[in-house]
Design a protein around this ligand. Structure first.
Ligand code: FAD
Length: 569
């Protein structure tokens, strides 16, 4: 009941929140409460089905956040999916388990976060993981999946591997030969989870190989531990804001929640409040609690507790497009075959592209700063952009992700530039916590982002024209050569891309971990600047986009955060 006090309150029982709650409740004398707006989806087939991607979209377990109309992105709004359930977005995501490139995590330290580098994060990737080796499963014979045991953990809570719905007809090998036949070959990468992602590979997923069901944060980090008497979960309970102790200092003492029966009450925390409500919600909860830009808070008559204007800024997402082709074979299983080209593999003239982009960075930074009223400073943004440029053109990170997914009689492809430069924001639109926020990712604000997207589309056309794969595929059915001509330039692709993209569902950085003086919201212990006991542990804190999909990195960050909170780091 609301009379009870907890040592820690974790707001959001999602991907990050359940990791933190699990690890903190390993300490028997510590009481942990998780507040989760959604319910249990343990037996929800839209969740468990390993071929069911998309089935949960638009159902009551999808927040389906809407962006405002995108000024640079075709004038249309986008729906940002996010899981509303115990397990959060890990219950509806694509299950891809793919980490970042070493240099990208090291860039977190470069930007001023001491101790946050690949070397220190890598043990936490492994700590969380329970890798299921493919040779144990005969249904994977011929599938082409491979791994390096040195990169994986085998005793963690989160099952990672491949399931019996994985295709095993030899297509993987044909594609490898095809990529080696490219004008600029894309090398084979046996295991992209060791910090070097560039090349062609088949990544593992968060699945239970034995049972052929999705593995999510609740199955990994909650259900096996639900009998712990010090681990409490309130489902269908909506957190409204943090409550503060009387006095000048910002000391959180609880969370105002609305229970499933509609009652609003305050639940007390004696040690800390940890926000893990996701990149589109945690900054809003900060604003509702008086932490943010005073000008924005004043509009809704919210008293400023902490003047921290960059809350909700720095929003980074990717844009996702697809091309479709007929296939000559028919598929009842599926698989994702991924290519991660570096700049020199994606751009025919990478040096010139890099030089041109470098010249544009000051103008890009000025444009981003002007768009948010100079809340983030052009000089800081320019420094971040140069770090990003170095990652692309010096460290050689993958600059795009190219997925091939056979389904039925079709080859679906998905593609995205992996590190867009555009920066947007998310802010509250009311003091009422049930009112939707204003989300503006500013897709395609900067022209390099379109160029990377176009070049990725061209790369896919090259794939379908290269043997032996070219002989296995039929016509391009979308967009088709009548819509986007062979050899079309950026302008020729622009309309198709901007009218048909979607969010890649990788929003991050809205409560970024960075030094305060360059616009950070949390410090290296993930504590919100100006508070003594409020942390953010979720996708909001990642300072830069990663090339792999987000969840593996988010799980690892949450594992490390738990050790920080326990005082072990
Ligand atoms: P979440 O997991 O979203 O957790 C936030 C939790 O907080 C949720 O449970 C939510 O209900 C709860 N909450 C929010 N507000 C409140 C409130 N006011 N009160 C109480 N509770 C609240 N990543 C990959 O690595 N691989 C993929 O294949 C992949 N595919 C994706 C596909 C889709 C459709 C989407 C949407 C994302 C995908 N991602 C993928 C991204 C990845 O799943 C997410 O980035 C990650 O799960 C986010 O974790 P989080 O802890 O930040 O937030």
């Amino acid at each position: 009941s609301s009379e009870t006090k907890y040592d820690y309150i974790v707001v959001g029982g999602g991907t990050s929140g359940l990791v933190v709650a699990n690890r903190l409740s390993e300490q028997e004398n510590i009481n942990v409460l998780v507040i989760e707006a959604g319910g249990s989806v343990y037996n929800n087939e839209n969740v468990t089905d390993t071929l069911g991607y998309g089935k949960a979209f638009g159902t009551d377990i999808d927040w389906a956040y809407e962006t405002i109309k995108q000024e640079y992105g075709g004038g249309i709004s986008q729906t940002l999916r996010a899981g509303k359930a115990l397990g959060g977005t890990s219950t509806i995501n694509g299950m891809v388990y793919l980490r970042a490139q070493t240099a990208q995590i090291d860039a977190w330290e470069t930007v001023g976060n001491e101790g946050w580098n690949w070397k220190n994060l890598f043990p936490y990737f492994r700590k969380g993981e329970q890798f299921q080796t493919p040779e144990k499963y005969s249904f994977l014979d011929g599938s082409g999946v491979a791994y390096d045991p040195a990169y994986h953990g085998f005793t963690g809570p989160l099952k990672v591997g491949w399931s019996s719905t994985q295709l095993n007809d030899g297509l993987a090998q044909e594609l490898n030969t095809t990529y080696q036949n490219f004008e600029v070959p894309v090398p084979y990468n046996k295991d992209p989870n060791g910090g070097d992602m560039v090349g062609y590979s088949l990544y593992p997923k968060t699945v239970d190989s034995e049972l052929n069901i999705r593995e999510d944060a609740a199955r990994a980090y909650y259900y096996p531990y639900q009998n712990r008497t010090n681990l409490h979960v309130w489902l269908r309970t909506h957190a409204n804001k943090i409550t503060w102790k009387d006095g000048e200092d910002a000391v959180a003492d609880g969370v105002e929640v609305t229970l499933s029966n509609g009652t609003t009450t305050v639940v007390k925390a004696t040690r800390e409040v940890i926000l893990a409500a996701g990149a589109l919600k945690s900054p809003i909860l900060l604003e509702l609690s008086g932490v943010g830009n005073p000008d924005i808070l004043a509009k809704y008559d919210i008293d400023t507790k902490i003047n921290l204007p960059t809350v909700g800024e720095n929003l980074q997402d990717q844009m996702n497009n697809g091309l479709q082709y007929d296939s000559k074979a028919s598929y009842s299983k599926s698989a994702d075959y991924v290519a991660y080209p570096s700049a020199s593999q994606l751009f025919p003239n990478a040096t010139a592209v890099g030089a041109q982009l470098l010249r544009k960075l000051p103008a890009y930074a000025a444009k981003v700063a002007a768009a948010n009223g100079n809340i983030t400073k052009a000089s800081d943004i320019q420094r971040f952009f140069k770090i990003q440029w170095d990652l692309i053109f010096k460290a050689g990170i993958p600059v795009a992700e190219i997925l091939l997914e056979p389904t039925g009689n079709t080859y679906d492809t998905e593609y995205w530039g992996s590190v867009p430069f555009s920066r947007g924001n998310v802010h509250l639109a009311s003091a009422d916590p049930t009112v939707a926020a204003t989300i503006d990712p500013k897709y395609f604000m900067l022209d390099f982002d379109l160029h990377a997207q176009v070049q990725a589309a061209r790369f896919i056309r090259e794939l379908f024209q290269t043997k032996p794969f070219a002989d296995m595929a039929g016509d391009e059915t979308s967009p088709g050569l009548s819509v986007v001509a062979a050899g079309a330039d950026d302008q020729g692709w622009s309309n198709f891309i901007k009218q048909n993209y979607r969010s890649n569902f990788h929003p991050i950085s809205t409560a970024a971990m960075m030094p305060k003086e360059v616009g950070g919201v949390v410090d290296t212990s993930l504590k919100v600047y100006g508070t003594s006991n409020v942390r953010v542990v979720d996708a909001s804190v990642l300072p830069f986009q990663v090339c792999g999909h987000l969840q593996s990195t988010i799980y690892a960050v949450a594992e490390r955060a738990a050790d920080i909170i326990k005082g072990k780091v």
